[in-house]
Write a protein that binds this ligand. Structure first.
Ligand code: MG
Length: 403
């Protein structure tokens, strides 16, 4: 029996993690849950999974939840202190980190220091502080098992000897705007960007997928998780999202992991590892399916090129890029920044940052806070001032995959 703490339990990955727990009641149980502010959802989860400890990020949400759960023997806490407590309980062996954004960094580090197995869905943590997190994990001999579907695929295809790897190939769906002209992209609304063609996910990752910043973050995540140079990490567009990623070996063999685009599969693998558990999820049926692969267009998706650059320079720069991107995505969803300037804004913040190499936690948090402030300043400056996008812009007739 594995005992879990699930951080971000009311988000998309958190809910699907609990579906996996529900499917394997004899193998998995929940000790603690943590979320931001969804009191109703958390109440339902507590009644269904009976954790002993629950944390809400917001104090008011914790107070309301405590009131709703008066009939149950459960402790409700709030804030980062509560979250740090939730990941260090002695009876917990695995922490699922499904918080969205850099906020997941401190709890992940605390869980590693407490010797927990990390089932990692929070890629921003590795982007912001990969060197520090992986270094601490090595010291503690603490396994980090990826939940991100691409990294789970690589993890499943990897052989023991890293010397035999030529490169890894991360696949990307290309998001909802693959093949759109720049005129059309200029008028993209948050509603359009939130429609992902294959995966049902949270809002942050869906916008990141549309801009391909998500793939950029995943390149940096892969660099840290698998200890590979950026020259050995390639990205291929694969609009069908069936091949979740591949490892190319020096003898010319390429191993790929395939499956339906269903996040419960990589979640389950991270929880069942090193075993595989039989489940009743829908099976992949390849009959009549066509799989296609294209080179990503870095002019169309400049975020991917920016992430490679930030990753190669390293130090505090990936943390700065990630923080600026979190602010930019939020501003776009609040109609304070137009879609086609998202990456431009993130690049401008990166350009004005003085990089520090091999940062400790304090330096990373400072760089993160600086980048958030700088991004806000730029959003309010005349250069990035929000103008209502033109709706009847001209569509490029060559668009192949326009929804
Ligand atoms: Mg992914």
């Amino acid at each position: 029996m594995k005992t879990l703490t699930v951080l971000g339990s009311t988000g998309s990955i958190g809910r699907q993690t609990l579906e996996v727990v529900r499917a394997f009641p004899e193998k998995l149980k929940v000790h603690a849950l943590a979320a931001c502010k969804s009191v109703d959802q958390m109440e339902n989860q507590v009644r269904a999974f009976r954790p002993s400890f629950v944390v809400m990020m917001e104090e008011k949400a914790a107070k309301d939840l405590r009131e709703c759960l008066r009939d149950l023997p459960v402790t409700v806490e709030y804030g980062m202190e509560g979250i740090l407590q939730a990941v260090t309980y002695p009876q917990v062996d695995t922490v699922v980190t499904a918080l969205s954004g850099r906020i997941g960094l401190e709890p992940t580090l605390a869980a590693i220091k407490a010797g927990k197995i990390i089932a990692l869905a929070n890629k921003e943590t590795l982007v912001a502080a990969g060197e520090l997190v992986l270094g601490t994990a090595r010291e503690m001999a603490c396994p980090i098992l990826p939940i991100d579907s691409e990294h789970s695929a690589i993890f499943q295809c990897l052989e023991d000897n890293p010397q035999t790897i030529e490169k890894i190939i991360l696949t990307a769906s290309g998001g909802p705007f693959l093949g759109w002209s720049s005129e059309k992209l200029a008028a993209v609304t948050p509603q359009e960007a939130l429609q992902h063609p294959n995966w049902a996910m949270g809002w942050k990752i869906t916008i990141d997928s549309a801009s391909m910043m998500n793939k950029g973050l995943e390149v940096i995540e892969a660099h840290h998780l698998f200890g590979l140079d950026y020259d050995k990490i390639e990205v291929l567009i694969h609009p069908e999202s069936i091949v979740h990623s591949m490892v190319a070996y020096k003898d010319g063999s390429v191993l790929a992991q395939m499956g339906n685009p269903d996040m419960r599969l990589p979640i389950q693998y991270a929880l069942s590892y090193p075993s595989r558990w039989e489940n009743s999820f829908q099976r992949l049926d390849l009959r009549g399916k066509r799989l296609s692969f294209l080179e990503p267009d870095l002019t169309e998706f400049p975020a991917l090129a920016l992430a490679y650059k930030a990753g190669r320079i390293g130090g505090t720069l990936p943390a700065v890029m990630n923080a600026a991107n979190e602010v930019a995505v939020q501003a776009f969803l609040q109609n304070r920044l137009v879609y086609h300037r998202l990456t431009e804004l993130v690049a401008a913040v990166c350009d004005s940052h003085d990089v520090l190499l091999h940062p400790d936690l304090g330096t990373i948090l400072e760089a993160d806070a600086w980048a958030r402030e700088r991004a806000e300043e730029l959003i309010q400056s005349t250069k990035f001032k929000y103008k209502i996008p033109k709706i009847n812009s001209i569509c490029n007739p060559k668009c192949r995959l326009e929804p």
